[in-house]
Design a protein around this ligand. Structure first.
Ligand code: NDP
Length: 419
């Protein structure tokens, strides 16, 4: 019996909303609000007659706190699910605080304009102090901890698959499998093929920024930064096969290092095919990944936004993507004084996702955890005032919900380790 306001109606939101509508006993009323209202109306229409969830739609510019406040005040939701872009995290958190509503998102804050001098000064100080140069980090949202605590509200950060489920896997390993964890390797494999020489599986701007940035990992409490794509490993993924994977910086490393401080090393690897890497390097070399506006025939354009307009819409990849994803965490550590290893992961099939919710598996593996995280907040399983990442909550009911709603866990107590 709850009312949620979903902000954003792109690839991930489409899955999250459809999954919420499958759990219409929890998600009884929902407002879908986004920049382009027609997309919300189309989805609401597609769901007509298929769910008991009462759906309304609205237009909102989530960069504008006043518009958000008005929408939240009018709709009076129990929870705001931010499934727009990381650029809107802070404005939506501000509006939730002002209106006294719980908040959640799927990716940590990063600014749209990385040339903004005020932001840049703080960023450069952080790069020096902490030793990693990604544009995104948790500091901006962790700064809201006290405000949410005082207001008696919960903010759940990064509840997709990675970040999100990967942290629940870590909390689960810590709770059930280990006394102490020594190393964590997060492995994100997409064995899907969409038939295009180059396309991104989620928002191209956010995806290409992440992948073209230097990689980094945490070792003995310190960041080690490396040039982009300079650490490569091969791994044989169950149900996918042998793949090349590359070490990337990833946001959950930052929170896991704080929340499981005994861990000596945390790394994140993602698989990429040669065609993807060749295209990305070429686009980067000619400046197409830049976020700095340039003048073109009298118009100001941002190269990466122009590129986004040319690339296939990730939402359109669903019908043509075949194959599976395999995402999970490999741990080493000790239980009852003995060394042990453990792997927990999920395998998801692109075509099965498409048949169920008309989406490929990348949006599916993000949208389902967003819905399950919302369910944890709405059913009171994960409520504590403050700002938290997924590993700070009890993983059991969340993993049970994932098992039930389409992302069942698999386990291996003798996995091949990554060197
Ligand atoms: P899309 O680009 O497909 O969708 C973004 C949606 O947000 C669109 O509906 C867009 O509206 C809307 N939007 C953008 N700006 C605004 C604004 N100012 N006001 C209102 N609405 C706005 O992105 P995805 O669905 O692929 O990704 C959604 C989120 O999920 C991102 O934050 C991404 O980083 C995150 N993600 C997380 C993953 C994880 O595992 N944790 C994995 C993959 C993605 P419009 O239609 O007008 O453009």
């Amino acid at each position: 019996m709850s009312r949620v306001l979903v902000i954003g109606c792109g690839g991930v939101a489409n899955v999250a909303i459809r999954k919420c509508c499958q759990a219409d006993d929890v998600f009884t009323e929902m407002c879908i609000a986004s920049r382009t209202k027609s997309k919300c109306d189309d989805l609401a229409k597609a769901l007509e007659g298929k769910t008991a969830t009462k759906i309304t739609t609205a237009q909102v510019d989530a960069d504008d706190v006043e518009q958000l406040k008005k929408l939240i005040t009018d709709y009076q939701p129990d929870l705001v699910m931010n499934i727009a872009l990381p650029y809107q995290d802070l404005t939506i958190m501000d509006a939730c605080l002002a209106c006294g509503v719980n908040y959640m998102d799927t990716a940590n804050y990063e600014p749209e304009d990385t040339d903004d001098p005020e932001w840049r000064a703080i960023y450069e100080k952080r790069c020096k102090e902490q030793g990693f140069s990604a544009y995104f980090d948790y500091s901006w949202q962790w700064a809201y901890r006290e405000k949410f605590e005082k207001a008696g509200l919960t903010a759940l950060l990064g509840c997709g698959f990675d970040p999100g489920v990967t942290q629940a896997y870590c909390a689960y390993a810590k709770k059930h499998e280990f006394d102490t964890i020594d190393t964590i390797d997060i492995l994100d494999c997409n064995g899907g093929d969409h038939g295009y020489p180059f396309a991104t599986n989620f928002n191209p701007e956010v995806n290409l920024r992440e992948v073209s940035a230097p990689g980094s990992y945490m070792e003995n409490g310190k960041w080690v930064e490396i040039p982009a794509m300079s650490i490569k490993r091969e791994y044989n993924f169950e149900d996918v096969g042998q793949k090349d994977m590359y070490l990337l910086h990833h946001e959950e490393i930052e929170s896991l290092a704080q929340n499981i401080p005994e861990v000596k090393r945390i790394r994140f690897f993602m698989t990429f095919g040669q065609s993807y890497l060749t295209h990305m390097r070429c686009l980067e070399n000619v400046g197409m990944l830049s976020t700095t506006p340039v003048m073109f025939e009298g118009h100001e354009i941002v190269p990466i936004k122009f590129l986004k307009a040319l690339l296939p819409d990730p939402a359109s990849l669903g019908p043509r993507t075949h194959g599976k994803t395999n995402i999970g965490c490999i741990f080493t550590g000790k239980k009852d004084g003995k060394e042990k290893t453990y792997y927990i992961y999920n395998v998801c099939d692109h075509q099965e996702c498409y048949r169920e919710v008309e989406s490929q598996a990348i949006s599916y593996t993000t949208g389902v955890p967003a819905m399950c995280g919302a369910m944890m907040l709405l059913t009171g399983k994960w409520n504590k005032p403050g700002v938290y990442t997924v590993e700070e909550f009890d993983p059991d009911p969340f993993l049970d919900a994932l098992d039930r709603y389409g992302l069942p866990r698999r386990e291996n107590h003798n996995p091949v380790l990554v060197d």
